[in-house]
Ligand binder design. Structure first.
Ligand SMILES: Cc1cc2nc3c(=O)[nH]c(=O)nc-3n(C[C@H](O)[C@H](O)[C@H](O)COP(=O)(O)OP(=O)(O)OC[C@H]3O[C@@H](n4cnc5c(N)ncnc54)[C@H](O)[C@@H]3O)c2cc1C
Length: 342
């Protein structure tokens, strides 16, 4: 197994051992065996949020390929096996007249990874609708169910992501959706404008889903083998969250008003893409070795075919350092880095 064939970036070297787990029992057994053997373990979903070393991974990779989507017991409850393709899950809920996931259309990967970084887009995040995350605890070797408030969801993070030891393997995720054909009120201005409505208005979920996919395609954010700009891990950096003093410093360095959004607790979120562009890195920018900034979206770093993980990281470091030099803001990577560091 080569990670280049299992990641959306198409990068990364070999793994020592690879197991595909199609049932929950197989998954628990494969994880338990790796742990009993003292093997390093990597649980793999769709590989859409992973940057893996060119040297690969010296341990066992367990690919989560479990399936199953169950309605009930209550109205609007849906439980999804970790290995289900995420966009197929969203499409299924929209088609079934359930609202709450429609803005998360077109995001690659598997359902089990969505709570890890609290997947979000266009004004929705899974933290809004998850009621429970059923996990296998590698320490107690028991099933452990996390209700929403134990998941410690934050912006692109959760208790699962913060736990570097990856103690919990997600087996299934339960969502509380609304039984209605109208989507939830549209919160994101760009989406509202694409739909021709005002923020707060409600539109059929089916319409929201197609508008989101349209917007994402234009940014190279829907995986498409015909579009080289989609060979990425999505956004490479998270939008920095700043306090008032840091925002004022950025404003002073920029010499112009800086776009920002309320992030609660007196903090604001500043678009990383804006900082990167203003620091002198344009769409398409490259160090000339096959890694480049997407031609459609400043936040996505792309393997144009001949890149290596090291080359991609060299580009990421240059961008991070450039933004820090100009604005004093440290960008942090969004994907999970395996065997490498920024
Ligand atoms: C083109 C593109 C667009 C994207 N757009 C968005 C977006 O709009 N919003 C957003 O939030 N993200 C986005 N992403 C990032 C990514 O799609 C999500 O983070 C997704 O949830 C990752 O799922 P995956 O199955 O591919 O996980 P992987 O990349 O396989 O794994 C990611 C991490 O989760 C862990 N993991 C995976 N499955 C499990 C499990 N069952 N139990 C425990 N740990 C597990 C892995 O070990 C790893 O640490 C985008 C990525 C791409 C390539």
């Amino acid at each position: 197994m080569n990670f280049a064939d299992y990641t959306t970036l198409g990068l990364g070297g070999p793994a020592r051992r690879f197991v595909r787990a199609a049932t929950e029992d197989d998954l628990i057994e494969a994880v338990g065996k790796a742990d009993a053997d003292g093997e390093p373990l990597l649980v793999l979903g769709g590989g859409s949020n992973l940057v893996v070393s060119d040297d690969g991974f010296d341990g066992t990779v367990v690919q989560v390929a479990t399936t199953g989507v169950r309605r009930g017991p209550g109205p609007g409850l849906v439980t999804v096996a970790a290995g289900e393709d995420w966009d197929a899950v969203v499409a299924g809920t929209v088609a079934a007249g359930l609202a709450g996931l429609e803005c998360l259309s077109g995001i690659p990967g598997r359902a089990g990874a969505t709570p890890i970084q609290n997947v979000g887009a266009y004004g929705q995040e899974v933290a809004d609708t998850i009621t429970a995350v059923r996990t296998y605890d590698r320490v107690t070797k028991e099933i452990d169910i996390f209700p929403n408030d134990r998941c410690e969801f934050g912006y692109r993070t959760s208790v699962f992501k913060r736990d570097g030891a990856r103690r919990h393997i997600v087996l299934s995720v339960t969502f509380q959706l609304a039984e209605q054909s109208a989507g939830l009120p549209v919160r994101y201005a760009e989406l509202a404008s694409a739909l021709g409505v005002s923020p707060g208005d409600q539109v059929a979920s089916t319409q929201v889903r197609s508008a989101v996919i349209d917007l994402r395609r234009r940014k190279g954010m829907v995986i498409d083998s015909a579009d080289p700009d989609t060979r990425s891990a999505g956004s490479f950096f998270v939008n920095p969250v700043l306090d008032g003093a840091a925002l004022a410093a950025v404003q002073a360095a920029a010499g112009t008003p800086v776009p920002h959004f309320d992030a609660g607790d007196g903090l604001v979120k500043v678009p990383a893409a804006w900082l990167i562009e203003r620091a002198g890195f344009a769409k398409g920018y490259s160090l000339g070795d096959g890694a480049r900034i997407s031609a459609k979206h400043t936040l996505a770093l792309v393997n144009s075919g001949s890149a290596t993980t090291e080359g991609l990281l060299a580009l990421a470091r240059q961008i991070r350092d450039g933004v820090r030099d100009v604005f004093g803001v440290s960008l942090t990577p969004e994907p999970v880095l395996i065997g490498v560091a920024l």
